[in-house]
Design a protein around this ligand. Sequence first.
Ligand SMILES: Nc1nc(=O)c2c([nH]1)NC[C@@H]1CN(c3ccc(C(=O)N[C@@H](CCC(=O)O)C(=O)O)cc3)C=[N+]21
Length: 382
Amino acid sequence: MSSSSPSRTHSWASFDGEGSGAPSPAPMSSGGSGGSSSSLVSSDASLTPFIKDRVIDGKAVAKTIQGEIASEVSRLKDRYGRVPGLAVVIVGARKDSQTYVRMKKKACADVGIASFEKCLPDTVSQEELLKFVRDFNSDKSVHGILVQLPLPKHIDESAVLAEISIEKDVDGFHPLNIGRLCMKGREPLFIPCTPFGCMQLLERNNIKIKGANAVVVGRSNIVGLPAAMLLLKRDASVTIVHSATQDMASIVRRADIVIAAAGKTELIKKEWLKPGCVVIDVGTNGVEDKTKKTGYRLVGDVDFAGAKQVAAAVTPVPGGVGPMTIAMLLQNTLEGGKRDIEGTGSSSSSSSQPGWKKRAISLARTVAAAAVGAWLAGGRGK
Ligand SMILES: Nc1nc(=O)c2c([nH]1)NC[C@@H]1CN(c3ccc(C(=O)N[C@@H](CCC(=O)O)C(=O)O)cc3)C=[N+]21
């Protein structure tokens, strides 16, 4: 199924944990089970500022958010003479990774966030790579560390990600962040960028999440699972479907909100969609296209043209979730920077505690994290 993808195949699929053999979903029985279709998307255009002709303009949402970030960064700079910093570690010479990293650096520059890059050859040893992560962990001007995935085979990805200090885990991939994300009444330090971006696309267009039937296609740690948890936190009824799901089509057909994160080119067809639903397409699959100078073009996990005919709103690829991933990376880096620079320990959205209490919690967290770090380091016999 993924055979048509040229060099730039990985998209989210290779770290989706789904393997390549998704079952062929059964074709839809006629008609479909409709259900109530009181719309989740307002007919008042002022409430859906980023939706035009049923297409959600992710680029425009990202631009708005980046504007907000830029003004926060300049406020920090004026007031404290410091700006947030993002460190990106890239291993090897994958074309796609280089493209993404270049985009991230440019986005940092656009909003005034400092960026630091470490390019390592794909022959780098795990120990050397860990050393660079540790250096960034202790670098005061770095508030976010991103190790570009996927990593070469000889490197243990989870060991590298676990080395990133939780205070700087702007990808939100640390198990403690994911654990908190999954728990009622708890907040992670960082929300994984892509699912965070999906939620922003819904929220900034006032799409009703509470009580909606949401179906997430794909269960990766990076997208599917956290997206499902975020929807649940916003009171959706959530179903996750994946490569072992039977009759995926009929489950998707019940969804008011579909998040497609399977990493399979145009897996989701028009007939799978309930009329009036909202579709967020996370897929970025490269398919061969000789007419492009790069030799490929990007296609989502959803048949976009078909979806546009039945859905109330759908994200395009490119120009949908992709730019949001980068915007939320900047948002997380800003958040990390603010916690350090302003001494606010908890995420601003998570509590209404007074400043002194936040700072006390922050201090306690820092001390606890240092203690745990020292303990782990000792335990590993360093
Ligand atoms: N540690 C880590 N964190 C990541 O967040 C991470 C990663 N590793 N590895 C690779 C994936 C992929 N990813 C994308 C970011 C932006 C676009 C994006 O902006 N795409 C544009 C198109 C870009 C183009 O034309 O090539 C769009 O959809 O409009 C896509 C994909 C982040 N990833």
